[in-house]
Design a protein around this ligand. Sequence first.
Ligand code: ATP
Ligand code: MN
Length: 463
Amino acid sequence: MGATIQLKGWVRTFRSNRFLALNDGSCQASIQCVVDFEAFPEALLRRVTTGASVAVVGELVPSQGSGQAVEVAVKTLEVLGDCPADSYPLQPKRHSLEFLREIAHLRMRTNTFGAVMRVRHAAAFAVHEFFNQQGFFYLNTPIITASDAEGAGELFRVTTLPADGAPKNDEGLTDFRQDFFEKPTNLTVSGQLEGELGAMALGKIYTFGPTFRAENSNTTRHLSEFWMIEPEMAFHDLADNMDLAEAFCKHIIKAVMERCQEDLAFLDQRLEQEEKSKPQAQRAEQGLLEKLQFVLDNPFVRCTYTEAIDILKESKPNKKGQFKYPIETWGADLQSEHERFLVEKHFKSPVILFDYPAKIKAFYMRLNEDGQTVRAMDVLFPGIGEIVGGSQREERHDVLVEKMKAVGIDPEHLDWYLDTRKFGTCVHSGFGLGFERMVQFVTGMGNIRDVIPFPRTPGNAEF
Ligand code: ATP
Ligand code: MN
């Protein structure tokens, strides 16, 4: 107290030519700077507008007003960068999230996006912290790849061939031998296959990088560019995999709750306001903080696909024809409406579904002894749906080759992947967690476009 300090930041508000709320982005709260307007030229004070950057030197003193313990008695004031009020799109009032998406280059300056971005940082830090504590190595898998882990149809091509008049081969098709990598390449949809190579050498690895999917799904949970965390562990079976996924999710939630109290309190309030504008019946039963605490305090329900189908078949919405995709037979792919029913209505808890039909899951998943199901698991979260997808991997060379052939993948294209099954193969498992879906969960933001600084979605690559 009494110390002279220098502050630089942006003006949030300047009331009565006297009370300057200054924020430097480091936290939610602004510091109150009290300006003696008689001591400064009016021309200078007029430039202290919302959004302007200023430097202040002053004395830290106990606050006269309520709402803050200390304030700064301003001695010198300098406007570093003006911000003309008539053209600045952000006003000190509530803007809609839709409007803010149009000005994503400025929206991080708002309270809501400041909070979301700081929470996002804390969550990313917690990811590295968790795996480091558990003896995992951070492995960087390639962003440009020639393999397609999930099956064709949703890839962004990477090429230096001209868009007009690409060279043709004898069959009249694009001649990728003349392309930069002398073969077709694309942006990665998953680092898993390379991650498995790492696990078979280092034991436990994880990736955390950008992932690209050209799927045309305009939902509140899909981005064309998102960040995925993919751990892969040698000598781990499906049960170990589920334990790890649960511990991982809880670690992120706990870390954020401990380290982002101010921002979460703000987001909790924001959500409460938003809920109030909805009809009673549609309001969430729990507030944000309550929901996060609930997830920390309770074990995730574990349920086989087969049990889930029985529950869904007998469920009210199924019998009343309220599902868009009615559940009739075993083998049906679960849609997000079914996942949300299980999580939000039936179990009222995060759920790990496992042992899915082989037919609806990827070729690399470990076939169970029944010959029908694979050791797949999805972690489903309230309000989000699938947040984690993973499996125990098929470690038997011959079974894997058969499964590849059955779905039309040429084993020769993935001979490097099959080598892991030839040279010291072992039981191993892994999963992928969509980072933005986790950030959505911990911030309570309804739309995934609002938890990444610059969202990419179909038709939108602005900024
Ligand atoms: P969904 O069924 O929701 O489209 P998926 O089954 O295609 O997801 P996986 O291939 O299992 O997803 O990817 C692992 C995780 O990555 C998912 O559980 C999800 O959290 C996240 N994810 C997948 N696709 C997207 C996307 N387009 N945008 C954001 N996150 C995604
Ligand atoms: Mn999945």
